[in-house]
Design a protein around this ligand. Sequence first.
Ligand code: TMP
Length: 234
Amino acid sequence: MGELLYEGKAKQVYLTEDPTVVMVHYKDDATAQNGLKRGTIAGKGVINNRMSNYLFQFLEQHGVPTHFIRECNERDTLVRRVEIVPLEVIVRNIAAGSLAERLGLPEGTILPSTVLEFCYKNDALGDPMVNRYHIRAINLATDAELDTICSLALQVNTLLQQRLEQANLTLVDFKLEFGRYNGGILLADEISPDTCRLWDTNTHEKLDKDRFRRDLGHTEEAYAEVMHRLGLEA
Ligand code: TMP
C-alpha cells in the first residue's frame, strides 16, 4: 500500500502510483454523535466495501458518474482521486433522526415530497446545516456545481429506492458526498448501512447504523441481512 493520505472515522485513503487514483480501505470502526460514541461493528468494513461498490456500479450503469474504479479485495477499492466538495448531502423520503426531532414529526411520517439538506463538512463546527445562500457566501460550491449535485442526488434517490424496494427495503434517508474531477462532479464516498436508513418494508425493522447509534443490538446481523437481500455475500 502507498502512503496514508487521510484517515476518517470509518475509512483510510492511500496514495497509489497513479496520482489520479487513490485506494480506499474500509475499517470496522464506527462513531456516532459527532465522535462521542465509538465502537466497532465486526465485519462492517467488508460489507460496506462490497455493498457500496455494488451500488456505485449499479448507479454508473444508470448514468450517474461515480469515483469507483475497481474493487481490489474485501476491504480495499481503487477510486478516482477527487477534491471532495465539503458538503454532506442528505436526501429524505420519510421523517427520521434529526429531521423528526427538529420538526417535531413522528419518526416514520412519509414526506409528500423529497427533502434535500446540506451540512458543511467541518468536524470542529459539528457539521452545521447550511442552505444555498450559505454555500454561495462561504464558497463551498459554485451555483452550477450545486445544481449538478442536487439533480444527481435526486436521481440517485429514485434509482436506489427502486433497487432497494426489490430487496423489501425502504430507503428512509441517506447521505451522499460529491467530488470535483476533471472539471465535473462525481459521486464519491460510500453508500452503505452506515450512510443510509434502511427499514424492512413490511415490519419497519431498522437494518442500518441506527442499531449502533441507539444501542438496539444485532447490528452485525442487520448489515449482513441487507447484503443477503441484495444478493451479495460478505
Ligand atoms: P440525520 O437524521 O442524523 O441527520 O441523518 C440523516 C441521514 O444521513 C441518515 O441516513 C444518516 C446519514 N448521515 C451520515 O451518513 N453521516 C452523518 O454524519 C450524518 C449526520 C448523517
